[in-house]
Design a protein around this ligand. Structure first.
Ligand code: UD1
Ligand code: CA
Length: 475
């Protein structure tokens, strides 16, 4: 009978500050592909369905807790950050003390880590009888990482940290990724025996390797067989940039495999959580943020930023548009240079043209606002035409007021709508009107000063201007 595998528990080390970033913000909250780097790691871990995920927090603990609220993990406080071994000990009271148990320990600074990589390590560990199994990778430039020292038979002997390594050890290409699978009771017992005698004066989790071997336990090192970028810890701003590029590139590859055209994937940044439909074409320098959704057969031109948007099918978004927390219906057209602020909604087939800003506004089916317009707190029915230079005056300095337009309304150019105002179905508003009252259906509203033509005025003015100076008109 095959032995039943013990339930998986995960421990994420997230208490360190990350000094090498030289930042006011702790390392794990730095954004990678639009989210704190530790959030990506939690996604990869969640897919393993562990019975419990414990995050060790310390530096800026409250901010980390807030950032991870709702992720389903629990937190343990490491009051002083005295090293990765010390961090595991901080969580010891939460770990099973006896019986076979399976603990996956992951450094929090691994945003590109894949679930498959973790699953493979857990598998290898569960099948071997090792007390500890760790993941390694070979690098052309291993500087900064802990090196794997192997004995004459090629078995792992210990890990030496970069700061403690001799010149010969620094030449070792195989590094420790900071991903471990362990039998928690044995590991905790071993960590309690460690002393912080090293360059950093810290309790190193990595010293458990040498200690476990000394006590007769087995330690295994599994060489990562995929892309090294997946398993590299982020310590510097350069590595942060590299992780960012890696995650966006991975997303781009996935989208192209699903039938999306990305004209220059290295210059397109699509949030890993976003969805893009088949045959949509994305031009360079487009940013899609948050769990946005974009339909099929859309075209998104350069310089556009879409954040938390839902875009239907067959939508065309021209250059340099910004849209946030908004919905764009099938076949709608936006831009160039349009701005959709939160809670805007373009119904199917509607059009928003250049230098038009919408806020909390619904533009009905087939309606158009093509030029130089501000629409705020407005509900606009279907088939309306909003002329150039229309402005909803929705704010009196204290409160916001609503504008409501029925179906088929025509608003002439340069109209100011002093809200609250309602305009009935099919009504016309003459260009240049300052609208202050409701307009009944089918009516024409016109509110502008009457025009006067002064005949011959221009010629008279020119004659006056060319008359010699100093001479009196009456002489
Ligand atoms: C660690 C490993 C190194 C490995 C590298 C991989 C140790 C001693 N060294 O080095 O062998 O090659 O990761 O990226 O483990 N943390 C705490 N509490 C602490 C200290 C750290 O929770 O007291 C957390 C940090 O927030 C971080 C993780 O542990 O997420 C790793 O710490 P870090 O300082 O980045 O370790 P490295 O020096 O990179
Ligand atoms: Ca690190």
């Amino acid at each position: 009978m095959a032995a039943r595998r013990p339930a998986l528990r995960v421990l994420i080390l997230a208490a360190g500050q990350g000094k090498r970033l030289r930042s006011k913000t702790i390392k794990l909250l730095h954004g990678v592909a639009g989210r704190p780097m530790v959030a990506h790691l939690l996604d990869a871990v969640r897919a393993l369905s562990p019975v419990e995920t414990v995050v060790v927090v310390g530096h800026d603990a409250d901010r980390v807790r807030t950032a991870l609220a709702g992720s389903g993990c629990t937190f343990v406080l490491q009051r002083e950050q005295r090293g990765t071994g010390h961090a595991v000990l901080a969580a010891a009271p939460r770990l099973p003390r006896r019986g076979p148990a399976l603990l996956l320990i992951v450094n929090g600074d691994l945003p590109a880590l894949r679930t498959e990589t973790l699953a493979r390590l857990v598998d290898r560990h569960a099948r071997s009888r090792a007390a500890l199994t760790l993941l390694t990778v070979e690098l052309g430039h291993p500087a900064g990482y802990g090196r794997i020292v192997r004995d004459g038979e090629g078995r792992i002997a210990r890990i030496v940290e970069d700061t403690d390594a001799s010149a010969a050890e620094r030449r070792i290409a195989e590094i420790n990724c900071g991903i471990y699978c362990a039998e928690p009771a044995a590991l905790v017992r071993t960590l309690r025996r460690l002393r912080p005698v090293n360059a950093q004066g810290e309790y190193y989790l990595t010293d458990a390797v040498r200690e476990l071997l000394r006590s007769g336990a087995t330690v295994e090192a599994v060489l990562h067989d995929g892309d090294a970028a997946d398993v590299l810890g982020v310590n510097t701003r350069e590595e942060l940039a590299r992780a960012n590029i890696a995650l966006y590139a991975r997303k781009a590859r996935g989208l192209m495999e699903q039938g999306v055209t990305l004209l220059d994937p290295a210059r397109i940044w699509i949030d890993p959580r976003a969805r893009v439909g088949r045959d949509t074409v994305v031009y360079p320098n487009v940013l899609v943020e948050g769990p946005s959704s974009i339909g099929e057969d859309c075209v998104i031109r350069s310089g556009t930023r879409l954040t938390d948007v839902v875009v239907g099918n067959g939508v065309e978004i021209l250059e340099h548009c910004v849209a946030r927390d908004s919905r764009i219906g099938d076949g709608a057209r936006l831009g160039p240079f349009a701005h959709l602020r939160p809670e805007s909604r373009l119904e199917a087939g509607s059009k928003v043209g250049n230098f038009v800003e919408l806020k909390k506004t619904r533009l009905g089916r087939g309606s158009k606002a093509n030029h130089l317009t501000y629409l705020g707190d407005a509900t606009i029915g279907p088939d309306c035409n909003i002329g150039a230079g229309t402005i909803t005056c929705n704010y009196d300095g204290t409160r916001k007021f609503e504008t409501r337009l029925g179906r088929g309304v025509f608003i002439g150019s340069d109209t100011q709508i002093v809200a609250p105002v309602r305009v009935g179905d099919g009504a016309y508003v003459a260009a240049g009107t300052t609208l202050v009252e409701n307009v009944p259906p089918g009516a024409l509203a016109i509110g502008r000063a009457k025009q006067a033509n002064v005949v011959g005025w221009v010629a008279r003015r020119r004659r006056a201007a060319t008359r010699p100076r100093g001479k009196s008109r009456t002489r």
